[in-house]
Write a protein that binds this ligand. Structure first.
Ligand code: ATP
Length: 322
């Protein structure tokens, strides 16, 4: 089986060849468990996303894998090594993109990248890397003067400068504008094509869905689901279709819920509604008839499968918001 097939399958990677193996990991803060009995395996060459709301335990998990925190029980192997005990051997082989700003605020972008490049035996060329992350024009700018999105891209460049086999990215595109996000996703895909393994944490559904080969949904430190993006939505999609519409006028949600074809109705935003159904064709007839009778004008109507956001909502009971 090649890497793409293994990725597509969504099954656990062969632990012997895995980039990361986490088994029954537990991390307690006082009597509160930030990570509870967490197990997953990341295959070499895949982009793996930890998706979860604030406080889900994503950063704690990643920091254990990076060797910055100690687990209370369970085990973690990263590139076959123990992140805590073998830290000195592991550090040159991994890249870490941190959430916080650095402490080197008075250095310029280029100076900081050149400083970090000196820590590695075969670093990337800083000039090329600045180009890759779109910071060439900001090479002479002091770090403290960079915008939020530029700081994220500098953090990414710092994570990549040592040509790591495995890259940890904590919220890689938070604070970026849509263009920078897309450019970053493209860059991360290129890194995968070059054989790197990427483990990222994210709040963003679209980021996980478009970028990741597999997604682990976690909440309260527990693994709720682990599959490919398609796999996560497939089970729901075979039985449930969503009809989404926007309309002007007072829509009676309770009345919609009593339509024979409707399983569930909700309003995502003012004027925007979602009806779940097992029979889209029948529901469309009922829905358009009811709205027409009530004198309500439809401005948009869409029929589609369940989104990752819906799966997330069902699993965690929470909307995914920053
Ligand atoms: P976010 O998306 O907000 O970064 P997260 O999923 O990364 O959240 P963590 O930062 O891992 O979540 O936090 C998990 C839980 O552990 C939270 O309830 C948090 O308050 C708690 N926690 C994290 N670090 C500590 C610490 N050093 N001491 C005590 N509690 C902590």
């Amino acid at each position: 089986m090649n890497t793409a097939q293994a990725r597509a399958q969504g099954t656990s990677a062969n632990a012997g060849d895995a980039a990361i193996v986490v088994e029954r990991l537990v991390k307690l803060y006082g009597d509160k468990a930030a990570v509870r009995d967490l197990s997953f395996t990341v295959a070499r060459g895949e982009i793996f996303a930890l998706l979860g709301p604030n406080g889900a335990g994503k950063t704690t998990t990643v920091e254990i894998l990076e060797g910055y925190r100690t687990a209370d029980s369970g085990s973690a192997r990263v590139l076959g090594l123990d992140p805590r005990r073998d830290g000195a051997r592991l550090k040159p082989r991994i890249g870490v993109m941190l959430q916080q700003d650095g402490i080197y605020n008075y250095l310029t972008t280029r100076e900081l990248l050149e400083l970090f490049a000196r820590f590695y035996r075969e670093p990337e060329d800083p000039t090329r890397l600045l180009q890759v992350v779109g910071l060439s024009d900001a090479a002479a700018t002091r770090c403290r003067q960079l915008s939020g999105g530029q700081k994220r891209r500098l953090s990414l460049a710092l994570a990549l400068v040592g040509r790591p086999e495995l890259i940890f990215l904590d919220e890689p595109t938070t604070g970026m504008d849509p263009q920078a996000r897309r450019a970053t996703w493209e860059m991360l895909r290129e890194l995968r094509e070059r054989g790197s393994t990427l483990l990222l944490t994210t709040h963003f559904m679209d980021e996980a869905e478009r970028l990741a080969d597999r997604i682990a949904i976690i909440d309260h430190g527990e693994l709720l689901a682990l599959d490919t993006p398609a796999g996560l939505t497939r089970e729901q999609s075979t039985t449930t279709t969503e009809v989404r519409f926007t309309a002007h006028g007072a829509v009676d949600v309770a009345a919609l819920g009593s339509l024979p074809g409707a399983r569930m109705v909700r309003s995502d935003a003012p004027g925007s509604y979602v009806v779940e159904t097992g029979d889209a064709a029948a529901l469309l007839v009922e829905l358009t008839t009811a709205l027409h009778a009530a004198g309500i004008t439809l401005s948009e109507l869409r029929v589609g499968r369940t989104s990752l956001e819906d799966v997330f909502l069902q699993l965690t009971g929470k909307e995914m918001r920053e």
